[in-house]
Design a binder for this molecule. Sequence first.
Ligand code: MIC
Ligand code: SF4
Length: 751
Amino acid sequence: MTKAELAAIFAYYTSMPEKIARARRLFGRALTLTEKIFVSHAHDLEAQQWERGRAQLRLRVDRVAMQDVTGQMVILQFMQSGRQRVAVPTTVHCDHLIRAQTGAAADTERAISENREVYDFLRSASRKYGIGFWKPGSGIIHQVVLENYAFPGGLMIGADSHTPNAGGLGMLAIGVGGADCAEAMAGLPWEVLHPRLIGVKLTGKISGWTAPKDVITYLCGLLTVKGGTNKVVEYFGPGAESVSCTGKATICNMGAELGATTSVFPFDDRMAGYLRATGRAELAELAEGHRELLMADPEVADAPEKFYDQVVEIDLSTLEPHVVGPHSPDRARPVSKLAAEVREHGWPAGLKAALIGSCTNSSYEDMRRAAHLAMQGAKAGLKAKTYFLITPGSEMVYQTIKRDGIIQRFEEMGGTVLANACGPCIGQWKREDVRKDETNSIVSSFNRNFPGRNDGSAATLSFLTSPEIVTALAFAGTLEFDPLHDTLETPDGKRFRFTPPEAEEFPTEGFVRGREGYEPPAEDGESVRIEIAPDSERLQLLEPFPEWDGQDFMDLPILIKCKGKTTTDHISPAGPWLRYRGHLDKISDNMFLAAVNAFTGEAGKGIDVLSGERGIPITQIARRYKAKGVGSVALGEENYGEGSSREHAAMSPRYLGVRAVIVKSFARIHETNLKKQGILPLTFADPSDYDRFEAEDRVSVVGLASLAPGKSVQAIVKKPDGKTLTITANHTLTQEQIRWFRAGSALKAAK
Ligand code: MIC
Ligand code: SF4
């Protein structure tokens, strides 16, 4: 942390009391932590409307972070703004493009040569525009941010949905699409719908087998993947201090799986301890001197239901370890009930792989707890019965666990350490042990488990749980093992039972620092040149999208009617496609590749209604329509676009002519991404209208000239026999967002 960064935080803390006092007067009551952070970042506190669930907040952010695959579009969009230097502190982190194949060193080296062009682009753009650059191998964005940049009471946005990880350090950190980042970097205020608040009161104490992960997997089961949409989850209560700072980060990280805008914990001694352990003692002291600003007012804990829209209480002392999956993070049950469910559903009990780490769960404490089980197993003469893969979250953690013999423990049990990168969490996993269509089970300590997520195969059943439970299951090789109650047979025929994991929170000898691979920007970026080869297949300069022509959308074919869960991994898959994240035309070949079309039952294919041909890839149909100057609409069900922040899931449809997306409900980031890119996001006033659309129908969206906030629009569906039906659709566009629609995109409107 530089002197200037510390001074900025000091100035911010000093400015808070006055703003908080003003807000208390304005609201006529005490404030939650989330509100304190919002009011302290208001672009214009007095002019701002504060109605939760309705008002659009205009905020000034302290930081922007992006990773290598979303970062390309962020920078390409930022370049369109014409600015020479970013207006707020910004970093880019090379983590998503490293493919897990043989192990850390070889994988990182291979990535550097395969992705040279992209890394060179990000590096030179960072030097030029004043962005901090974290090179490949330095770690996963959210870990590196927690270790270096997060601070209590701050506000940050990041082009990655797990940005809320920094809530573990009391920061309000929000995952957004790339256009939001580009605008903030260009100095514009950042806008977000004022979220409602869920207060989660933690009582009791976390101990034994129960891990921070269980708080969030349990909550996912309770609230579901859409339960947090447009809400902030604010933790409070006496139990919070029993959770380490990195454990809090795990909980906030995976709050993204609730669809929550973000999650946050109040500042406490565990956070101060983490700041000191990571070399930020001065910041710890500063935060300690401003404690009351960095937590909710005392009145809130006394009567939480008066301050939060919803209150949930979790007793950490009785919380059991949980396992969620397959296919959705809200399919939760305690580990003690898993075996019965596995049998009931006929899921393969045998595990093909067990993976720990990722941005969610790769702290020193996590690794140490897992290593404690590894050591117990080794003592009993056991080895992992399945592939056991370890992804450290950062170079700092990797070097430290290597020095402390933890890596050795994992290797002794048969584990392989992968690069400090996303790897198998995002389909960057060259898996050769199972056939693509072979139903098989894997377990990890990651945060997402949509079909196809890890290895590109929808036949893989992915379960999520804490790193310690994953490690125990690796020894057992089966999902039918409950490490708390069951025993394993040792080579000499004895029965062996694990004791609960134990670990220090921080390394006794301190973290190993100084090898992480940070490159600061150039003092004067003017002379730095950014080159993009015209024939590059990795990068393509953006052409602005055309502005709205003032006409209603008339008789558009339905490109696809998405059936069931449609995540961004269905709309714009990752894995091998990550390669093309900087090239809009090329990546658009993956559009809707994994989405199931209700008209045909097939994934990624549909009917070209102009020619009548069936079984054509959706992207090809869209390209045919586009060549003929014909737009289209896409339809979907609940929580459409959940998951990642990737704006490609909005940009590709926009690029290939989709004019409106009509669904039962949207996930927050995706809905904003559609608005930003100039697509009309609509929801059925009556969700059952979804069933009334057939393959050959044409859809008109009318009255667009009088599009206004809060006013629904009409969609006229014309059947092949000429009959029509009229459907009402709602939207959440503000006046400002209607301007984006008219201009063709938010970025064009900002010019
Ligand atoms: C993810 O976890 O899905 C990703 C890959 O980190 C994404 C970002 C992306 O698609 O680039 C996210 O969560 O936003
Ligand atoms: Fe990377 Fe996975 Fe974390 Fe996304 S969730 S940032 S892919 S480790």
